[in-house]
Design a protein around this ligand. Structure first.
Ligand SMILES: [Ca+2]
Ligand SMILES: [Ca+2]
Ligand SMILES: [Ca+2]
Ligand SMILES: [Ca+2]
Length: 210
């Protein structure tokens, strides 16, 4: 735990060193970006990934990728770029507090945990969290997140889970090209691919409820 805090601090310090970077994302991250940045493949971009990258920098972890500026090695520039990506609210939909690219029930739960002081997120960004734009993060913002949260499986985002959503899942399976949001909403068994299993699980929700 103590090690983790030290590593997070190093990442944060790297960020404030202000090393210039040429790698700036101007819009929402794509699935391709997630493939490149989600080092532990859990769907979320957070401290865990930043720690992994920092560990790789010190030779304490080995995984594919991390050379974000394609310099041929992992150095402080990469950790700086990574921190900048995490802190740039324009990379994520507003309200996506857990930075998985979709606003869902778990963002609301995370918002409540933040408000109750149950999590100490070094990655808190007001711009990402202050949905009603009053300049602070309050329970009202958490409730706003709940209002716009997409239900798991509701691929057409109409608030109802039915065979239409299952059909979209099958289309995604056939043709691919889904958005990050669709991946999070439609990947019912969380195995990072949308296929007929997910369509079947969506139909189960339709038939038997959540
Ligand atoms: Ca991750
Ligand atoms: Ca989210
Ligand atoms: Ca639906
Ligand atoms: Ca799946």
């Amino acid at each position: 735990m103590k090690n983790k805090k030290i590593l997070v601090m190093i990442v944060m310090i790297c960020m404030f060193l202000g090393i210039s970077s040429t790698c700036v994302f101007a819009e929402l991250l794509t699935l391709e970006d997630y493939d490149r940045l989600d080092f532990n493949n859990d769907g979320y971009l957070n401290e865990e990934d930043a720690i992994l990258l920092t560990k790789k920098l010190f030779g304490m972890a080995d995984f594919e990728g991390g050379d974000l500026n394609n310099s041929g090695r992992i150095d402080l520039t990469d950790t700086t770029i990574y921190a900048k990506i995490l802190f740039d609210a324009s990379n994520f939909p507003k309200g996506d507090l857990n930075r998985d690219g979709a606003i869902m029930q778990d963002d609301y739960e995370y918002a409540l945990e933040l408000l109750n002081g149950e999590v100490d997120s070094q990655l808190f960004v007001l711009e990402l969290s202050d949905l009603n734009g009053e300049g602070e993060f309050t329970e009202d913002d958490a409730n706003e997140i709940l209002k716009i949260a997409i239900k798991k499986g509701d691929l057409d985002k109409n608030g109802v889970i039915n065979s239409d959503d299952a059909a979209i899942a099958l289309d995604i399976y056939r043709y691919g090209n889904e958005t990050v949001e669709q991946r999070r909403v439609g990947d019912m068994d969380k195995n990072n691919i949308i296929n007929s299993d997910d369509a079947a699980l969506i139909l189960d929700v339709y038939r038997y409820g959540e």
